[in-house]
Design a binder for this molecule. Structure first.
Ligand code: ASP
Ligand code: MG
Length: 439
């Protein structure tokens, strides 16, 4: 059995949905299809939640109405038979009636999760209706019946496996299953989600749970590129990556894949393929651990980084200083990306400034703190990158004109990270493309 996940843009237009239907019905191999919400829907639903939280019901109502019109127009081109259009019209109305009822209830976090779930519930129902119209036999599997997270918001892979296997067994003559990405139930049994972009995570959790032959992630780009194609002219899709390389790239800016989606696939050794709905025959990128390679594979960038420089003369020959610093970040649930140290100072970077003020206040109790805003992490990724002597001189000669804020080398063995001012990001990426890939 394989898993095929289609993102928002792959289902965002009626003709794209038709294309997905063709793609999934090309052979008889059993498969689970995971769908995102139509592109733009989750953003609109988040906007509606924010408006409701601010008590701005009028604008929220306007947004809900706009979205309802969008869906009702969508089915005109998606479906051609009146009977199916009427069916779709009915369930769209039901979902929007629900949103309109929510408008009248006082806002809560739990309610916002119900609102956010509507996108994937609608996209899968629309797709399923289309499959029925064109006579493609399939089963719609409700993700809320098997996808669960625990108190720490961690997916419960054991229980997902048991519940999903049971559901699949109830339809043993079926080869195409369709389910929602992103949505799940939390430890209280309430509707919840796997965070933004979480449909990739759903796909790899399902692939792990059913021991799939492959987890295919279908998007609108032909795989992970060696550099950011939006910024750098000459880039190419990487044919193969190890799980570790893919994890570094997914985390550091390569938006095509949700970072959390790597671990289930890696742990259960399920190959992941990144494929392009617009160009289905292109090879894409294969992520597995079968073919360990050496050398630099790719460069990726992550914006919105703040560097925090913590200095204390008391650190000289002292122990426990790092612990004290990290405890402050732990207390405020703020994760650290890069760390560099000298004998009397430690620099760290964060990308989440929610608790920045409190963090600085606490750090200032035992050290002096300096902040550098508007930074970008440039991550250079490749297996055993640290073992290759020629790479460091290549990097530093390529970026000789860039005032680098921090360098982190030796942490994972397949990553060298540079912190540079945000306004020099493009220049750095271009210089590294020439210096490392001769492009
Ligand atoms: N619809 C959700 C989002 O936009 C989940 C996903 O597409 O992966 O974040
Ligand atoms: Mg995505």
């Amino acid at each position: 059995m394989k898993v095929m996940k289609f993102g928002g843009t792959s289902v965002g237009k009626p003709e794209r949905m038709h294309q997905v239907a063709t793609l999934i019905s090309q052979n008889n191999q059993p498969k689970i299809i995971v769908l995102s919400a139509l592109s733009g829907t989750t953003n609109s639903l988040i906007e509606i939640c924010n408006l409701l939280e601010q008590g701005n019901r009028e604008t929220a109502k306007q947004k809900i109405d706009e979205l309802e019109i969008h869906y009702k127009n969508f089915i005109i081109d998606l479906l051609s038979k009146e009977e199916y259009q009427a069916k779709a019209y009915e369930f769209i109305s039901e979902h929007f009636d629900f949103l309109n009822i929510i408008l009248k209830i006082s806002f809560s976090e739990a309610l916002s999760k119900d609102i956010l779930a509507q996108g994937e519930l609608l996209s899968t129902k629309l797709f399923s209706t289309y499959l029925s119209e064109v006579g493609i036999h399939h089963t719609l599997l409700p993700a809320l019946e098997f996808m669960t997270i625990d108190n720490n918001e961690e997916p419960q892979i054991g229980s997902i496996k048991v519940k999903l296997t049971q559901l699949l067994q109830q339809h043993s003559n079926c080869t195409i299953f369709v389910t929602q990405g992103y949505i799940c139930r939390n430890a209280k049994g309430e509707i919840d989600n796997l965070k933004r972009g979480g449909s990739d995570y759903t796909a790899s959790l399902i692939a792990a749970a059913i021991n799939a032959s492959v987890c295919e992630i279908w998007t609108d780009i032909d795989g992970l590129h060696n550099n950011d194609p939006r910024i750098v002219d000459k880039t190419y899709a990487i044919e193969q990556l190890s799980f570790d390389e893919a994890a570094e790239l997914a985390y550091f800016g390569a938006k095509i894949l949700h970072p959390a989606c790597i671990w289930p696939a890696q742990h259960f050794n399920i190959p992941v393929k990144l494929l392009n709905t617009m160009q289905p025959s292109a090879f894409g990128t294969l992520i597995n651990d079968n073919k360990p390679t050496k050398g630099v594979k790719a460069v990726a960038a992550k914006d919105g980084i703040i560097a925090i420089k913590v200095k204390s003369s008391r650190m000289l020959l002292a122990y426990g200083f790092l612990k004290r610093i990290f405890e402050v970040f732990e207390k405020y649930k703020t994760s650290i990306d890069m760390v560099t140290t000298s004998e009397v100072a430690v620099s760290v970077t964060i990308d989440n400034n929610t608790h920045l003020k409190k963090i600085i206040l606490e750090l200032s109790e035992f050290s002096s703190v300096e902040l550098v805003f508007e930074q970008t992490i440039i991550s250079i990724v490749g297996n055993e990158i640290n073992a290759q002597n020629e790479i460091m001189p290549k990097i530093f000669s390529a970026i000789s004109q860039i005032p680098v804020t921090m360098v982190s080398y030796g942490g994972s063995g397949h990553n060298i990270s540079l912190l540079v001012p945000r306004n020099l990001k493009n220049q750095t990426l271009k210089a590294l493309n020439t210096g490392l890939f001769d492009l």
